[in-house]
Design a protein around this ligand. Structure first.
Ligand SMILES: *Cc1c(COP(=O)(O)O)cnc(C)c1O
Length: 393
């Protein structure tokens, strides 16, 4: 496909593999296997598989391949491997390359399941993991050692929207030959160019903005052809984390509208954050492109726009936050994000319930904090809904 196409064009046309019927919409190849013309052809395919040749859906499938090609061009990566969920992607990206005795440095502010993989799973197999405050470059400098094999972080953290300086941390990691793995879910591929800034491997939960309409679980790992085909594929194809062809088709169609949706959601998120900043019932409003964000300078250089997420901290703690949540009419209480529907989450009692009070406090997860994922509804309706709910705080 044409290299000079802009994002929206690529998101509609990139990666299409038409069958002999010349269908307009991408076909769903809902098949686990593929037939060979002869015994010799089967043998040849097992020795070396061509671009348009498939063996078994756990290894790859035409619909899944269309999705992988399309998202790889969006991210500016050489190759991609789609997975059953975002967690399958995070787990495979790390486990495929690490072995007992390796050292990993990770930011501490992580999605709960990412923390589980680093803290509980990898360490059980003899990988040493050092956690740092991801916003503190001195902490990264002190933690990264000559034997550090990988560095892991979420480019924009959940739920307090702290940024990692991707370029600076990647430079530190590369100085010792470590591989940088970045979870770019919150920042989205539209606004955060993690590979351009130095990340070697980027992972997404496609469950979030890429589906964007709350239907399917999915994930993807992006990186160099060498990493994806030599390190990741052997691990994934034998351990079974493949994306289903039907889910790949949903994600492929999700990519077509990703740029339109994320831009609309981001414009609303910015309008809501700006309008609510300084509201009498709120202790703080967190949004990367608000000048009051502690990393505003980095946020405006690293992210073209502030993204689809914000967080509000209601005066009066959990009881006040619950009153606000229960008074909302358009925003639904759920724990997904990046969806067409606006969603609110109370991290302290749901996604981060497993942590103790001190751990939550260290991450800035106060009892009054509400995470807001802004959808594609009308901005004025969303603002009116938040305002009337805050009156109940
Ligand atoms: C949701 C999420 C994941 C996990 O993705 P699933 O598709 O739910 O497995 C990983 N990282 C981040 C930052 C997420 O928000």
């Amino acid at each position: 496909m044409a290299k000079d196409w802009n994002t929206r064009t690529k998101l509609v046309h990139e990666g299409i593999r038409r069958s002999q019927y010349g269908e307009v919409a991408e076909a769903i190849f809902l098949t686990q296997g593929f037939v060979y013309d002869s015994a010799e052809a089967a043998e040849a395919r097992f020795i070396e598989k061509g671009e348009d040749e498939f063996i078994y859906a756990r290894y790859g499938n035409p619909t899944v391949r269309m999705f992988e090609d399309r998202i790889a061009t969006l991210e500016g990566a050489e190759d991609a491997f789609a997975t059953a969920s975002g967690m399958a992607a995070v787990n495979a990206a790390l486990t495929a390359m690490l072995k007992s005795g390796d050292h990993v440095v990770s930011s501490r502010a992580l999605f709960g399941s990412c923390l589980y993989i680093l803290e509980e799973v990898l360490t059980r197999f003899g990988v040493e993991v050092t956690f740092v405050d991801g916003t503190d470059l001195d902490a990264w400098t002190a933690a990264i050692r000559p034997d550090t094999r990988a560095v892991f972080f979420e480019t924009l953290s959940n739920p307090t929207l702290e940024l990692i300086d991707i370029k600076a941390v990647s430079d530190l990691a590369h100085a010792v030959g470590a591989t940088v793995v970045a979870d770019n879910v919150f920042a989205t591929p539209i606004y955060s160019r993690a590979i351009d800034l130095g990340a070697d491997v980027v992972v997404y939960s496609t469950t979030k903005h890429i589906d964007g309409q709350g239907r399917c679980l999915g994930g993807v790992v992006l990186g160099t052809r060498e990493f994806i085909r030599k390190t990741l594929e052997p691990y994934l194809k034998h351990t079974g984390g493949a994306m289903s062809p039907f889910n790949a088709w949903v994600m492929l169609k999700g990519l077509e509208t990703l740029d339109l949706r994320v831009r609309a959601q981001t414009a609303s998120a910015k309008a809501l954050a700006t309008a609510l900043d300084g509201h009498g019932r709120l202790a703080r409003v967190i949004f990367p492109h608000l000048p009051s964000h502690p990393q505003y300078a980095l946020a405006t250089t690293q992210m073209a726009e502030g993204g689809t997420m914000l967080a509000i901290d209601v005066h009066g703690g959990q009881p006040a936050a619950f009153r606000v949540l229960n008074a909302l009419r358009i925003f639904t209480i759920s724990n997904n994000l990046g969806d067409a529907k606006s969603i609110v989450t109370h991290p302290a009692t749901t996604t981060h319930q497993r942590l103790n009070d001190d751990q939550r406090a260290a991450l800035g997860i106060t009892p009054g904090l509400i995470r807001v994922s802004v959808g594609i509804e009308d901005t004025a309706d969303l603002l009116a809904d938040l305002r009337q709910a805050l009156d109940h705080a």
